[in-house]
Write a protein that binds this ligand. Structure first.
Ligand SMILES: Cc1ncc(COP(=O)(O)O)c(C=O)c1O
Length: 434
């Protein structure tokens, strides 16, 4: 194993990592996975309590997803999607259209490529509609939409953004409805509506040069699982319609059941103009993202002039193996009634985490669907990595975001497994050195 760690340090530039820190805290070497578990080359097991960066839904090495990909491997692994098509991409587009109410699916690879597609498509729509000056973007304070240059422009996490500021396009951030920021005595809903007033004030003045408002519905993941009331989305939808600005729902992290409904927008009973999907779409198997949009947007691109079309592409767009994985994921949702089953599971897991919720070091304990989070106010510099290492020693893979500890387990996690997670979190909290 030491050999693998030396080789990874020498040859692999790890994401979102100061490589020097790997000298003191090497990455976890993983040889295989099984259900909610990651297993190292020596057979030690770690519960994947954050679903491998929020992508895994139905466990590692899931037999049903494995079978779908294996079957597809014997047919066609990939064909370019410009000038060709195939059954898995058509079937997936049809099913996603039924589920989202948005009938036109454009594919990318990772989440950030979906953000890029939605931003470009929105601005191009206004250009094709004779309003080229409508090309600005608005997003939420502390929002995260990915790290390519366009996506980073609408992201608002200084640690990721500041260094690249000279490369980025100017965008505007409006107040986040993060319920933790409500005044004393103010409800989460009242605070959300107060933030929506700020959005309205901005749109009232700037709608003429604004293409779209992009938002992470219900939970701002990278901000530290900031959760907010659905009333914000309901109001944002109405305002975007009123001021003729697109609403882009970035459901890359929250889609596919994470917040308790298949898509978070359902909890506000709204339909966005664009929905961005990725992460859980393939159950955490293969990189795939999709942007779905309305007939109106689609129609604005349809015509004889080539340049009026959306001339954007990625080589692996609509990869058949990834689409088959996604179709297998949708089959599991349907056949196993996953959304209903998760509602029961979420109640059980919240109960399992009750001691964590009331721990003296934990504040703002919050929960939505299959996400639980709390803040550790006394978490000093290095808290996140100390917590991560200590949890690993307890057999649980958790990576706090700053002082926010969160649990986002695969949906196949059992009550007993969740008890193990709760015990590990409590042991970390009880250790004053962490
Ligand atoms: C809401 C949201 N949007 C976009 C992204 C970017 O996705 P990717 O890392 O696949 O590029 C993420 C990733 O965490 C995300 O949480």
């Amino acid at each position: 194993m030491d050999d693998l760690l030396n080789r990874t340090r020498a040859a692999v530039w790890h994401p979102c990592t100061q490589m020097k820190q790997l000298e003191a805290a090497p990455p976890l070497a993983i040889a295989r996975g099984e259900g909610a578990w990651l297993i190292d080359p020596d057979g030690r097991r770690y519960l994947d309590a954050i679903s491998s960066w929020w992508v895994n839904l139905f466990g590692h090495c899931n037999p049903r997803i494995n079978a779908a990909i294996t079957d597809q491997l014997g047919k066609i692994e990939h064909v370019m999607l410009a000038g060709a098509t195939h059954e898995p991409v058509v079937a997936l587009s049809e099913r996603l259209a039924k589920l989202t109410g948005l009938g036109h699916a454009f594919y990318g690879s990772d989440g950030a490529s979906a953000t890029e597609i939605a931003l470009k498509m929105s601005a191009h729509y206004w250009r094709n509609s004779g309003r080229p000056e409508k090309n600005g973007f608005v997003s939420l304070k502390n929002g995260y939409h990915g790290e390519t240059v366009g996506a980073l422009s609408v992201t608002d996490i200084p640690l990721f953004k500041s260094t690249y500021e000279p490369l980025l396009r100017h965008t505007v951030q409006v107040p986040t409805p993060d319920a933790r920021l409500a005044e004393q005595g103010e409800t989460a809903k009242a605070y959300a509506l107060r933030c929506a007033d700020a959005l309205e004030a901005h749109l009232a003045e700037h709608a003429d040069d604004t293409a779209a408002f992009i938002v992470e519905p219900l939970v701002q993941g990278a901000a530290g699982m900031a959760m907010y009331h659905p009333a914000y989305l309901e109001r944002a939808r109405a305002l975007c319609t009123q001021y003729r600005v697109h609403l882009i729902a970035d459901e890359i992290a929250v889609g596919f059941g994470r917040t308790g409904t298949l898509f978070a927008c359902e909890q506000a009973a709204i339909r966005p103009d664009f929905i961005c999907l990725s992460k859980g779409i393939t159950g955490g198997y293969l990189p795939l993202s999709a942007v779905l949009t309305t007939d109106d947007v689609y129609a604005a691109f349809y015509g004889d002039a080539t340049a009026r079309g959306f001339l954007h592409s990625h080589s692996y767009t609509g990869n058949p193996l990834a689409c088959r994985a996604a179709l297998a994921v949708l089959d599991i949702f349907e056949h196993d009634q996953v959304i209903a089953a998760n509602q029961v599971k979420a109640i059980e897991f919240t109960d399992v985490l009750s001691e964590v919720a009331t721990h003296k070091r934990a504040s703002h304990f919050r929960h939505r669907g299959m996400i639980w989070a709390f803040d550790v106010a006394d978490g000093t510099a290095g808290f996140s990595s100390r917590f991560h290492q200590a949890a690993l020693a307890q057999g649980v893979f958790i990576r706090p975001i700053g002082g926010t500890v969160y649990v986002m387990p695969p949906y196949v996690t059992s009550g007993d497994e969740m008890c193990g997670v709760a015990d590990a979190v409590l042991a970390c909290l009880d250790n004053p050195a962490i």
